[in-house]
Write a protein that binds this ligand. Structure first.
Ligand SMILES: Cc1cc2nc3c(=O)[nH]c(=O)nc-3n(C[C@H](O)[C@H](O)[C@H](O)COP(=O)(O)OP(=O)(O)OC[C@H]3O[C@@H](n4cnc5c(N)ncnc54)[C@H](O)[C@@H]3O)c2cc1C
Length: 549
């Protein structure tokens, strides 16, 4: 098939904060040096920001470096002058901690919506001359004949039916060729997954580990106490997950009587019956939370994973003609619950390295190696080093967790064991333990939603007649081993009800897939105990359509 080929100096795959900050920085450097640099950014989302979901309490450090006049340029800030509160929740009570650990302080930060922030950054990138193409999924990294140099990325074909046949509206994907390709796909990039195997980017590193989150933006009634509470940022731990499962809740006050509410669950949990969505509903029913959101109405819902492995899980960051940035490179600081400013900074440091490499006419791995050095020497490296064993410590039993965290605070992150080991999330489920799931109270369709109403409120739409983007290499295992040992946990850890087990003739279980419900969180690929699910990008432009998450 003849494919269109477009040539650029640099292609960014992913228009999140990392990719957009990197693209803007490259254009700034090009202008400073009086040199043309052709930059392209693609994203699978239907519109800029539509696949962006975050808390989001944003540390403006990287933003202020990139765009010192970000306020004047209309950066979408929801709430500032933040004060924090941290609560330990039991099933019925909320105990406020007398002090907030220093790394959770948010003075100087602002509450934003990542969807809005990315749409705004995208407009600035376009103004600077970046070619920004939403609606295009990168489905294959292109390599030279020897297979060691990345030459660019192929976008997905559009207009292909379930059987893989061309429909009347068929459009072949485009080959975007670049001197440097930057992987900025966020957590668990599907393109990076395949390219990394070829380039050995994750070899010898600690495993990639994740948390998953369900988040809503809720509109509150005018009399809601949270609208006038002194603390705009609340974090919780304890109920509903208990102390043996990593994770916690958040409530952030936004503009226009809105609140961002979410529950984050560490994906190294052991109980196969645990259902993050159900835990989220139980969190909302806790007296503290229920009181703060009473009378509210959910406007949007979504789900996404966060890479929390940090420093020791970072892949090799460069290869011939390629770099990895942002969540794809594990730049999220799990200790501070923040990844926006770190993703942006990594994109900016990558841009500085690329500009130098382009000027020297050498974009090989050793020329791009400067990115790693820059990162290590910057405030980003310092932040990530201090958090390097944090998530590992949280995975320990409660008593030793406190000891490890205390030791890390006293030793700038080193702690008692450095590095602390990590275990892949797919390996932590305990087989054969099937406790009854905790009950959730009535769902009213307004403030307390079932999964499908949540999917509806995420604006998720996919072309129905397209090849299934979830690849299950051994479907027979789903209804045999996975059912017998774990009772098909995909039906629970997926927040979009993509996976269902039906009873087929003869009473045998049968897996039913609803890929159109997919929220692109990728929890399934990460947590599946048999590693039997591969998440690939569906047709570009499909998926959630978040505007305020
Ligand atoms: C619930 C939750 C709460 C959070 N709270 C905070 C917070 O309060 N403060 C904070 O600073 N951080 C927070 N974070 C973390 C923060 O959102 C991320 O660290 C940050 O968004 C990472 O930016 P990124 O650009 O690397 O990746 P993303 O923001 O994930 O962007 C990646 C982009 O790449 C696109 N993409 C992926 N694959 C492809 C492909 N193959 N082809 C084309 N496009 C592709 C995606 O559609 C997406 O737009 C939170 C995260 C979550 C999930």
């Amino acid at each position: 098939m003849e494919r269109e080929r477009l040539e650029f100096d640099v292609v960014f795959v992913g228009a999140g904060p990392a990719g957009l900050a990197g693209a803007i920085r490259l254009k700034q450097l090009a202008a400073e040096r009086g040199r043309e640099i052709e930059v392209c950014v693609i994203d699978k989302a239907p519109a800029l920001g539509a696949h962006s979901l975050s808390g989001a309490v944003v540390d403006p450090r990287a933003l202020a470096e990139l765009l010192p006049d970000y306020r004047e340029r209309g950066c979408p800030i929801e709430e500032e002058g933040l004060r924090d509160a941290v609560f330990y929740l039991t099933a019925a009570k909320a105990l406020r901690l007398p002090w907030v650990p220093p790394f959770l302080h948010n003075e100087g930060a602002f509450v934003g919506s990542l969807s809005k922030l990315c749409a705004w950054l995208g407009a600035i990138a376009e103004e600077a001359g970046v070619n920004v193409f939403p609606g295009f999924a990168g489905v294959e990294a292109l390599f030279d004949d020897a297979g060691g140099r990345v030459l660019g990325v192929r976008t997905g074909d559009k207009g292909v039916d379930k059987q893989g046949r061309r429909k009347g509206n068929f459009e072949p994907g485009v080959d975007l060729l670049a001197k440097v390709t930057v992987f900025a796909e966020g957590p668990r990039g599907s393109l990076l997954r395949e390219a990394a195997k070829r380039l050995g980017l994750f070899d010898g590193r600690m495993p990639q580990v994740f948390e998953t989150a369900v988040k809503e933006v809720i509109e509150l009634p005018e009399a809601s106490p949270f609208l006038t509470a002194p603390e705009a940022v609340i974090h919780t731990f304890g109920f509903p997950l208990g102390l043996h499962t990593k994770g916690g809740g958040f409530l952030y006050r936004m503009a226009e009587r809105r609140v961002a509410l979410g529950l984050v669950v560490g994906l190294d949990y052991a109980d196969p019956m645990l259902e993050p969505y159900r835990e989220f509903l139980r969190f909302k029913r806790h007296p503290l939370v229920a009181g703060l959101i009473a009378g509210g109405r959910v406007l949007q819902q979504g789900a996404k994973t966060l890479p929390v492995g940090g420093w020791y899980s970072m892949p090799r960051l460069c290869a011939d003609g390629a770099l990895v940035i942002g969540d794809s490179a594990c730049t999220l600081n799990a200790r501070r619950l923040k990844g926006v400013h770190t993703a942006m900074k990594s994109g900016m440091l990558a841009a500085e390295t690329i500009a130098e490499a382009l000027a020297a006419g050498d974009t090989g791995a050793s020329a791009l190696e400067g990115y790693r050095r820059r990162l290590e020497e910057s405030w980003l490296g310092e932040e990530l080093r201090q958090a390097r064993n944090f998530s590992q410590a949280l995975s320990r039993p409660p008593a030793s967790r406190v000891v490890h965290l205390g030791a890390q605070m006293l030793s700038r992150g080193r702690g008692l064991v450095d590095p602390m080991p990590l275990h892949e999330d797919c390996s932590t489920l305990r087989p054969g333990v099937f406790r009854e799931p905790a009950p959730v109270a009535d769902l009213d369709g307004t403030l307390y939603l079932d999964k499908l109403t949540g999917v509806y409120l995420s604006g998720t739409r996919h072309e129905e007649d397209q090849p299934c983007h979830l690849h299950i290499p051994h479907p027979e295992l789903c209804t045999t081993r996975c059912w017998q040992e774990y009772r098909s946990p995909c039906t629970r850890f997926c927040p979009g009800q993509v996976y269902e087990i039906e009873t087929a003739e003869g009473g045998r279980p049968r897996l039913k897939l609803n890929p159109s419900n997919c929220l692109h969180c990728k929890t399934c690929e990460i947590k599946d105990p048999l590693r039997n699910i591969l998440w690939n990008c569906p047709e570009g432009g499909g998926g959630p359509n978040w505007t305020i998450l």
